[in-house]
Design a protein around this ligand. Sequence first.
Ligand code: BGC
Length: 250
Amino acid sequence: MTSTTQGFGIDIGGSGIKGAPVDLGRGEFAAERVRIDTPEQSTPDNVIAVVLEVLRRFEWDGPFGCTFPGIVKRGVISSAANVDKSWVGVDLEKELSQRTGQSVTVVNDADSAGLAEDRFGAAADVDGVVIVTTLGTGIGSAVLHDGRLLPNTEFGHLYLHHHEAEKYAAASVREEKDLSWEHWAERLQEFYAHLEFIFSPDLFVVGGGVSKKADKFLPLLDLATPIVPAGLRNDGGIIGAAFLAAERAA
Ligand code: BGC
């Protein structure tokens, strides 16, 4: 069911692998997404098998985009904080192209979500410096300046109190440590205040599954920069990947 206005995106995450056809004009899903748990052993072979299964469920046979929760340079994975370490060095773009015979674009998950927010979401009408962060298993980041992405920023690995920020303030930490929203917001305050001082952004956008509950923690933050929930909720990864893949294929 490939058509010129549809693309396909897959989002590889620490807990789930999700995919959907995307209406590229509107920047929204063209059909309900599929989600399959990330295999306990998140090795390249196991994860790639799930990616292929997601494509198969939609019988997708066109170019597609795929996110990865680590640094991606020219399709090659060079960090794997929340998935199996054997990913480092894998050319995921090449692996997926060879197995599907399609043109594949692989991109960092937060960069993909950031681009989608810039094109279709909360940052659509904003010029200047926009920082998109995703709060999930880890913390992902994307920096855009007038709509152009600076790829592979890794703000989740900045140090706060001798911890990497994502080990201190990710949404997964709130859940594991059963932190109150107030307590978690204190941690987020430190993180965003630090970013604000260093980058002087014009807007912060907060994505990840927890952005659905933004009203519980964003009003508790005290920043000079506006901070808003992601307009595309947790779908930006899929949408951005589909968009980038279509752009490249064109
Ligand atoms: C990774 C990033 C990723 C983020 C969100 C971090 O641990 O280093 O590349 O974007 O998690 O998945």
